[in-house]
Design a protein around this ligand. Structure first.
Ligand code: LLP
Length: 427
């Protein structure tokens, strides 16, 4: 019987000091993923950028790790941009995405000196050009296009199909040419190229290969037919990770080599060149580095189910309820024990759907007070957390080399009423 360690820190110590539930990140794992992407996503034919999708998990400590690794960042709202700024991300390394950015968000981006806006439609292009001219601020622009390539993943996180809400369909060439022309009319907007993101938690490189081919061929066609020249291409993110044994993701090295190889081949075949190609991994940088620790409370047998209840649930991890996502877990203070009994791990929220794991084998006779760890919760856990049922968001701890530090505090009862007010609205 042993105790799980994360970043060289025994988790019972973290639970004792910080309480549960608590998200714990193994910093070295984040660093390794970043280093691998930086190392393997390189080519002699073009420059590359790793653009971390901060929606997966963001806070100042995370941004600092990206800055240290020389990675760029993708933000999708004024709020994510604000966090990136607070964390010290150089603003020229920010890519601002979103299908419905507000005028205020575009202004915020221009004022902050954001490097690139990833446009979603023609109207947005016009608004950006007007704002940039008015403010006399230069900005790079890319356009999100939809390559019509379907990836095999959950419907809610599939984005590249022809009926997706994101971007302009690759088939609408005239509309795309008009947008590029509109951007070109502005001396403040520098149109750089196209962006696509086909979905998330994708394991095989097949869909990425297909999208790469479609995108580069599309670009070559736009150059031939409309005289459009551009220099950047973003292939988006979506690289799968391991949640359970059923998941068999490609290594970062293999995925990068395969993508780079494909880009080089298609560029040669089409006879076009590209100055820079980027990818936008989110989950595959933060996901497996994150763990959630819970304390086991009561248990119950109902029909053929044996439930163990934990002190968190859908408020700290909405993914099982929202996407039927599956996770692996252990009793963190009884590692290595034989797993002889089947359990349902349920949370403490007032919803029947608040079940974190269905049918998992764990040691016999789990006791009240035991620590349950769920693996691979680093991406889209904290960032999608809520304070439903008046349960404040759990803290985030970073652990490395036997030391731990809290990077986000637990939301307190006081925090739950912090925004309440009685202010009159002057209408
Ligand atoms: N780039 C763009 C434009 C995106 O929309 C996304 C994710 C990414 C990059 C990063 O994808 P990743 O490498 O993290 O898979 N909440 C869902 C995932 C939604 C992903 C949305 N866009 C989940 O928990 O599975």
């Amino acid at each position: 019987m042993s105790i799980l360690e994360i970043g060289g820190v025994p988790v019972d110590r973290i639970a004792e000091k910080c309480g549960t539930p608590v998200y714990v990140f193994d910093e070295a794992k984040i660093e390794k993923q970043l280093a691998d992407y930086k190392r393997y996503f390189v080519s002699d034919m073009f420059d590359t950028d790793i653009v971390y999708a901060s929606k997966a998990f963001t806070c100042r400590a995370m941004i600092q790790k990206l800055v240290e690794a020389g990675a760029c960042i993708d933000v999708v709202s004024g709020g994510e941009l604000f966090i990136a700024e607070q964390g010290g991300m150089p603003m020229e390394n920010v890519y601002f995405h979103g299908n419905n950015k507000t005028g205020e968000e575009l202004e915020q981006a221009l004022d902050a000196g954001v490097g690139t806006i990833v446009l979603d439609n023609l109207t947005e292009c016009g608004i950006l050009a007007d704002l940039a001219e008015h403010k006399r601020k230069r900005i790079n622009a890319m356009l999100r296009i939809n390559p019509g390539v379907e990836a095999h993943t959950h419907e809610y996180i599939m984005t590249g199909g022809s009926n997706s809400k994101f971007g302009i369909s690759i088939n609408e060439k005239d509309a795309i040419a008009e947008l590029v022309k509109r951007a070109g009319e502005s001396e403040y907007v520098d149109f750089k190229g196209f962006h696509s993101h086909i979905g998330s938690q994708i394991f095989e490189d097949t869909a990425f290969m297909k999208a790469t081919e479609v995108l580069i061929s599309f670009y070559a066609e736009m150059e031939r037919e409309y005289g459009i020249s551009c220099s950047w291409l973003s292939l988006g993110g979506g690289f799968g990770i391991r949640y359970t044994d059923a998941d068999k993701p490609m290594s970062v090295e293999d995925m990068c080599r395969s993508l780079i190889g494909k880009c080089e081949d298609v560029l040669k075949k089409e006879g076009v060149s590209m100055e820079k190609i980027m990818i936008e991994p989110g989950r595959s940088i933060a996901g497996e580095a994150g763990y959630t620790l819970y304390t086991v409370g009561y248990q119950k047998t109902a029909g053929d189910r044996h439930y163990i209840f934990v002190d968190g649930g859908m408020g700290d991890n909405i993914r099982p309820a929202l996407y039927q996502a599956e996770y692996d877990a252990d009793i963190a203070n009884r590692m290595g024990e034989e797993k002889e009994e089947e359990y349902y791990v349920a949370g403490k929220y007032c919803e029947s759907g608040d079940i974190l794991i269905k049918q998992i084998m764990l040691p016999k006779k789990i006791e009240k007070g035991d620590l349950l760890v769920i693996y691979s919760t680093g991406a889209y856990g904290y960032s999608m957390a809520s304070c439903y049922n008046g349960i404040g968001r759990a803290p985030v701890v970073f652990a490395k080399d036997g030391k731990a530090r809290t990077v986000l505090k637990r939301e307190t009862y006081r925090d739950l009423v912090r925004l309440e007010t009685d202010e009159e609205v002057n209408i």
